[in-house]
Design a protein around this ligand. Structure first.
Ligand code: TRP
Ligand code: SF4
Length: 404
C-alpha cells in the first residue's frame, strides 16, 4: 500500500467563467494566494464543471480557461509553490467519478440544495440532465482523487464537501478492508496483552451491540495509552472498534473562507450575471468611470443631505480597501454631509486602480508569453496526474479491479 497523502493537502477549483472580477478575487483568489504558502495546494480550472450547465455552447471554453489561468497568475498564484492545472487534463477525475457513481444513492444528489436552486435560477436551460445531477459527485472526485485534507470554499459549496465526506465514508466502508483485516485486527488485540485484550473485547462488544459512546471512548483511550503496539496495529484496533477497515479515501474538511462582502456597481453582490462587475484587468479609466457612477445611499440626493454608510455599497469597499483613519473620515463625513460622495469614493478609487494596475501588468506579461502559460499548465497536469494516479491505483486495487 502506498503511503497516505501528506496531511495538509489543499484542493480547490473554479469554473472557467472568463475574466475574473474583484468579487472572485476577494471571495476566493486572495485567500488561495495565502494558502499556497501554508499547505501543499492544488488549484484547478474546472472545465468539466462548466459543461454541466454550459453544454450548449462551448465555443469560448478554451479562451475562458486561459483567461482564468492568467488572472490567477496575475493575482499572485505561484506555480513554483502551488500546482495549477486544468481538470480535463487529469482523466483520473472522470474515472473516480464513475466509480463513486456506482455507490452513490440518487437521493444524496437530489438532496443537494444547489440542484433545485440552480434549476430554478437557470430556467432557460434544460438542466434535467444526468451530468447536472451528478456534478457535486464530480466535485467529490476532484477532492478525493488528491486525498485533500482541506477544501477552501465559500458557504455555497459546503454541502458539496459534506457530500464528499459521505461518499468517502461509504467507499471506505465498502472497500476499505484489507483481505485479512479481521485476522490482523484479532492479532493486534492479542498483542495488547491479557487484561487489556479482555477489556478491549468487552468494550468493543458493548459499543457494537448497544452503541454506547462511553464504551467506545474508553476503548479508544485504552488503545492510545498502550505504547507497545505498532502504529499499523493501533490504526487497525481503532478501525476495528467501529467495524470499519482501512481508510482509502480520507474525509476532507471545509476551510471556510471568511470573505468580505464585495458589492457590485449597482449595490447587489458582484456577479457576472448581474453585469455589475469590475474586472481584474480592466482599463483604469473605465474603472474610474464605473466607480464614480456607482450606487450610494439613496437618501443622499443632494450634497447637503446626510447619509448612512451602512446603507451604502461604497462603504463595503471602504471596509476592504481603506485604513481606519480613512474609514473614520468617510463615515463621519457622510453622516454630517461634510463630504460629497465623489470625494468619499476617491480613496477607494485610488486603491482599486492601483491594485488593478499591478494585475494588468502581470497579466500582460503572460499574454505576451503564451509559451510560459502552456508550460505552467503542462507541468501542473503532470504533477496533478502523479498524485491522482497514486490514489486511483489504490482505489482500483481495493475494488478488485485488478489482480495485484
Ligand atoms: N463547484 C465549484 C464552484 O462552482 C468549483 C469546483 C469544482 C470546486 N471542483 C471543486 C471547488 C473542488 C472546490 C473543490 O465554485
Ligand atoms: Fe456612500 Fe460615502 Fe456617499 Fe456616504 S458619502 S453615501 S458612504 S459614498
Amino acid at each position: 500500500m502506498s503511503s497516505p497523502a501528506p496531511p495538509r493537502r489543499v484542493l480547490s477549483g473554479m469554473r472557467p467563467t472568463g475574466r475574473l472580477h474583484l468579487g472572485n478575487y476577494h471571495g476566493a483568489l486572495r485567500n488561495w494566494v495565502e494558502l499556497q504558502y501554508q499547505y501543499e495546494c492544488f488549484f484547478m480550472v474546472a472545465d468539466w464543471h462548466m459543461l454541466t450547465t454550459g453544454y450548449d455552447d462551448t465555443t469560448q471554453l478554451q479562451e475562458h480557461v486561459r483567461d482564468v489561468l492568467i488572472d490567477w497568475l496575475a493575482a499572485g498564484l505561484n506555480p513554483g509553490v502551488a500546482t495549477l492545472f486544468i481538470q480535463s487534463h487529469v482523466p483520473e477525475h472522470a474515472e473516480l467519478h464513475l466509480l463513486l457513481s456506482m455507490i452513490t444513492p440518487l437521493g444524496w444528489l437530489e438532496r443537494v440544495p444547489s440542484y433545485k436552486d440552480q434549476q430554478e435560477q437557470l430556467k432557460e436551460k434544460d438542466l434535467a440532465t444526468y451530468g447536472f445531477l451528478g456534478y457535486p459527485l464530480l466535485q467529490s472526485a476532484d477532492i478525493l482523487v488528491y486525498r485533500a485534507a482541506y477544501v477552501p470554499v465559500g458557504e455555497d459549496q459546503v454541502a458539496h464537501v459534506e457530500l464528499t465526506r459521505e461518499a468517502a465514508r461509504r467507499f471506505n466502508h465498502i472497500y476499505g478492508r484489507e483481505a485479512d483485516f479481521e485476522a490482523k485486527a484479532e492479532k493486534a488485540v492479542k498483542s495488547l496483552g491479557g487484561r487489556n485484550a479482555t477489556n478491549y473485547r468487552a468494550l468493543r462488544r458493548k459499543f457494537q451491540e448497544t452503541g454506547d459512546a462511553e464504551a467506545l471512548e474508553r476503548a479508544r483511550a485504552l488503545v492510545h495509552s498502550n505504547s507497545r503496539i505498532t502504529v499499523a496495529d493501533r490504526e487497525r484496533l481503532l478501525g476495528f472498534l467501529e467495524g470499519t477497515g482501512v481508510t482509502i479515501l480520507p474525509e476532507p474538511q471545509v476551510l471556510l473562507t471568511a470573505t468580505p462582502k464585495v458589492p457590485g456597481l449597482d449595490g447587489r453582490k458582484m456577479s457576472k450575471s448581474y453585469g455589475n462587475t469590475i474586472g481584474l484587468r480592466e482599463d483604469p479609466d473605465e474603472v474610474v468611470k464605473k466607480l464614480r457612477t456607482m450606487t450610494t445611499d439613496p437618501a443622499r440626493v443632494r450634497r447637503t443631505d446626510p447619509g448612512d454608510p451602512e446603507k451604502c455599497p461604497v462603504w463595503d469597499l471602504h471596509k476592504i480597501y481603506s485604513d481606519e483613519a480613512t474609514r473614520k473620515w468617510a463615515s463621519e463625513g457622510c453622516r454630517s454631509a461634510s463630504i460629497g460622495c465623489l470625494e468619499c469614493k476617491q480613496p477607494v478609487i485610488d486603491r482599486i486602480v492601483e491594485e488593478i494596475g499591478g494585475m494588468r501588468r502581470r497579466a500582460q506579461e503572460f499574454e505576451d508569453n503564451p509559451e510560459t502559460v502552456r508550460n505552467i499548465v503542462a507541468e501542473g497536469a503532470e504533477k496533478a496526474r502523479t498524485a491522482a494516479r497514486e490514489t486511483l491505483d489504490e482505489v482500483r486495487r481495493s475494488m478488485h479491479l485488478r489482480a495485484d
